[in-house]
Design a protein around this ligand. Structure first.
Ligand SMILES: [Zn+2]
Ligand SMILES: [Zn+2]
Length: 107
């Protein structure tokens, strides 16, 4: 009976140690790309979320295809308007604009 308890303790300890290791591995991983709620400057609630509005794709120029020698791929860009919006009071603030690029390969 005494020995059984000791084994149980050992198993518990091992699980605890393993649990700590797993937690530390998870902590070193990069944060998931999920919207993080921030504090609203208007109402003070943690309801401020990032918003992205996309413009239409516009053809920019061609580039040499990586798959087909001598082939040309098309590069498009579109504006991305970044802003934050409070889901509580509706307060919005512009964060500026960035550009997104894509390469279209038809080969
Ligand atoms: Zn608010
Ligand atoms: Zn191509």
């Amino acid at each position: 009976m005494k020995r059984k308890k000791w084994i149980l303790m050992l198993i518990l300890c091992t699980m605890l140690v393993l649990g700590t290791v797993t937690t530390s591995i998870a902590a070193t991983r990069p944060a998931p790309a999920q919207p993080m709620a921030q504090e609203c400057g208007n109402c003070g609630q943690m309801r401020l979320l990032n918003q992205y509005d996309y413009g239409g794709w516009v053809f920019v120029h061609t580039t040499l295809c990586k798959k087909e020698p001598g082939g040309l791929d098309h590069i498009y860009e579109r504006p991305v308007f970044m802003s934050v919006k409070c889901s509580n009071c509706g307060f919005t603030a512009d964060l500026g604009k960035t550009w997104e690029y894509k390469t279209v390969c038809n080969h």
